[in-house]
Design a protein around this ligand. Structure first.
Ligand SMILES: Cc1cc2nc3c(=O)[nH]c(=O)nc-3n(C[C@H](O)[C@H](O)[C@H](O)COP(=O)(O)OP(=O)(O)OC[C@H]3O[C@@H](n4cnc5c(N)ncnc54)[C@H](O)[C@@H]3O)c2cc1C
Length: 642
């Protein structure tokens, strides 16, 4: 054991990411911060933020929405926080670290929480402009800026991160090609049947997939990037390339000061007390290798932080490893992977109606599982893997026939689940622990989350936590999405009303005229509504062209799309006033039909109606828009000529 000086000790944490934040939070929760003078040292320019939900930044572009903890929390807790100033060396002899600006900071205990760096395979030209990695807020800002001027992107790496990045770029309006070295997406976690379902969904979302593709060289050519594949095949051209080929632990500080590093992919070797090979130094999170395993997930990092906080508070707890649980966030599909898929074993699979479930058994004990589509027994299965529970033969038989281990196939209220059933799969929090939090007075998701951490990682258990707490979870949709949805729904309803409504009556006599019929009856008003309509249509077209005009990269695309839809709805209102629900005849009728068709399909695409057919509705919108300039020009000329 390390001899410790009396009084407050100096605790230095190198790395100010999610796991470092969790460590301080747990120390505070255990009332142990009073024992230490804590210094958190970060390389990034901002304090810890929620990297798991980093992709959400493309929707809201607000780093504050990712921040962990309340503003000013380090000061409130009496913690010194240093940002934008990485630790450059560790002097184990004198127990001090040195930072990039030359400051020497002594420690009694040092915690390394330096996370991982994206792995960029040794591809010729990988350092070119336009090639990005996907890890930090800075990376996403750079990607966002470049994407605003780009039309086509390649994402290299078809794991969970690659799929998430490809979908994000697609939502930014780019054509996206996703490359995977293996034979299918998420090839390390999913078998061929599950991967086929996932791939079908990814393609429906508009992402092209090229499997068994190994990038060999990237070359800038004519303002674009050309990627050559190993083994021939047509080269792929794009405006940007995002590398999502995995991660490597950031163990360089530990290597340089002589701490033991795991063979192969590296990682700072730690024991069950998360101690490195120097008793004054701990390592937690993605930079640590426990039992030879480096976890690329936040939940085991949080577990390590919790364990270390208890140890630093004087407890005797140990870290005993973690059953990996990965969940992919994509609209319209749930993909789960549990346990270690590298283990050999017998695989049992079940599929029905676009769902697939698979377990890997060693004897009768499940060691891994994967699913595409909802699976009510996911928590139970994770628990079985974690507890190394032996399944009964009839349970396995039932799984093969129904995809369920038990008869209780119907989803029971969470409150009736067994106390040991897993609700928060990421942090392995059971129904019993959550019920205890609710019984202790937590009556909202936020309160339960603050007390237990449940729903704070991937967020998928949020509805279950809400159900247990008697709360209604918020949809979490951004303001621009809500605006887009409202405007698109208004456009569709207006277009259908104009197409299907009977013409508003013209007055029988001058005296009988309504106030509003002058809009579509009187020359001056007709001109006003007509030019108002033309203005809205041109502005809407301008908003839509923003993506195609490569030099323009202003603002958040979400708001541009919402603006496009709102202008469309405004144009339809002007059309209603201009025509009084009359479809006209001859070319005017063709103009009306094209305009209304474009509006219905445009609105349907934006509102996400029938996501499966989003590509089709988008192209129908575009096709209906094409004749509009000529028809409109003819209509304006004809109106004045006659
Ligand atoms: C887009 C994205 C989505 C993800 N989604 C999920 C998910 O759904 N589920 C999941 O479990 N995990 C997910 N992850 C992984 C998850 O974010 C990580 O597991 C988690 O952030 C690890 O926390 P950490 O503190 O160990 O490392 P990090 O969060 O990376 O923090 C380490 C920090 O240390 C800093 N640092 C490094 N070296 C030094 C130095 N010498 N001096 C000072 N500071 C230094 C780094 O700059 C960084 O800020 C995702 C990751 C990304 C990028």
């Amino acid at each position: 054991m390390l001899p410790e000086a009396e009084g407050r000790r100096r605790l230095v944490v190198a790395g100010f990411g999610m796991v470092a934040y969790r460590l301080v939070e747990r120390l505070a929760a255990l009332d142990a911060l009073g024992r230490y003078d804590v210094t958190l040292i970060g390389e990034e320019p901002c304090p810890a933020y929620d990297r798991v939900h980093l992709t959400g930044w493309f929707e809201h572009r607000d780093p504050q929405r990712l921040a962990l903890g309340r503003p000013g929390w380090p000061r409130a807790l009496g913690v010194r926080a240093v940002t934008g100033n990485p630790v450059t060396s560790i002097d184990r002899e004198s127990r001090a670290v040195r930072t990039a600006d030359g400051e020497r900071i002594p420690y009694d205990r040092l915690v390394l929480a330096t996370g991982s760096a994206p792995f960029v395979p040794p591809i010729e030209g990988a350092g070119c402009d336009g090639v990005f990695v996907y890890r930090t807020l800075d990376d996403l800002e750079r990607i966002g800026k470049h994407a605003a001027r780009a039309r086509r992107a390649i994402v290299a790496g078809g794991g969970v991160l690659g799929i998430e990045a490809a979908h994000a770029l697609r939502r930014l309006g780019l054509e996206v090609v996703l490359l995977e070295r293996g034979s299918c997406l998420m090839s390390r976690q999913l078998g061929p049947e599950a991967a086929a379902l996932l791939e079908a969904r990814v393609r429906e979302l508009g992402v092209a997939i090229v499997a068994e593709a190994r990038a060999r060289r990237i070359e800038p050519r004519d303002g674009r990037l050309v990627l050559t594949l190993e083994g021939g095949g047509a080269p792929l051209a794009a405006d940007m390339i995002v590398m999502t080929a995995g991660i490597r632990p950031r163990d360089e500080l530990a290597r340089d000061c002589g701490l033991a590093i795991a063979p192969g992919r590296g990682g700072i070797v730690v024991d069950d007390e998360l101690r490195a090979t120097d008793p004054a130094i701990h390592a937690i999170g993605e930079c640590a290798a426990h039992d030879g395993v480096v976890y690329g997930l936040v939940a085991p990092g949080y577990r390590m932080a919790g364990t270390l906080a208890e140890i630093l508070a004087g407890g005797r707890t140990r870290f005993r490893g973690y059953t990996p649980a990965v969940r992919l966030r994509l609209p319209g599909i749930d993909v789960w992977s549990l346990g270690n898929h590298a283990q050999p074993g017998t695989r049992l699979g079940w599929s029905s109606n676009g769902s697939y479930r698979q377990i890997t058994l060693l004897g009768r004990r499940p060691v891994a599982a994967a699913a595409v589509g909802p699976w009510e027994e996911m928590g139970f299965t994770q628990d079985a893997i974690r507890q190394r529970r032996r399944m009964r033969p009839e349970q396995l038989q039932r799984f093969l026939q129904t995809g369920m281990f038990s008869d209780a196939a119907v989803r029971r209220p969470v409150a009736e689940w067994p106390a040991s059933a897993m609700v928060c799969n990421c942090l392995e929090i059971t129904r019993g622990a959550l019920s205890a939090a609710v019984a202790a007075g937590c009556s909202s998701v936020e309160a339960v989350a603050e007390r237990t951490g449940a729903s704070t990682v991937c967020g998928f258990c949020r509805p279950l936590v809400a159900e247990l707490a008697g709360d209604t979870p918020s949809s979490g949709s951004s303001r621009e999405s809500a605006t887009l949805l409202t405007a698109a729904a208004a456009a569709v309803l207006l277009a259908l009303a104009i197409a299907g409504g009977s013409p508003l009556p013209l007055p029988r006599s001058v005296q009988a005229g309504h106030v509003w019929d002058i809009l579509y009856r009187e020359g001056w008003w007709r001109q006003a509504t007509g030019f108002g309509l033309l203005g809205c249509v041109l502005a809407a077209a301008g908003f839509a062209l923003r993506k195609r005009w490569r030099r323009v990269g202003w603002g958040n695309l979400g708001w541009w799309r919402a603006g496009h839809a709102a202008l469309g709805a405004l144009a339809l209102t002007a059309l209603l006033a201009h025509t009084g629900l009359r479809l006209g005849s001859g070319l005017n009728q063709v103009l009306m039909i094209c305009f209304l068709t474009a509006s219905v399909f445009g609105g349907a695409t934006a509102a996400g109606l029938g996501r499966r057919y989003a590509r089709l509705t988008f192209w129908l919108h575009v096709v209906a828009v094409w004749p509009l300039p000529v028809l409109l020009a003819f209509h304006v000329l004809a109106s004045y000529y006659f």
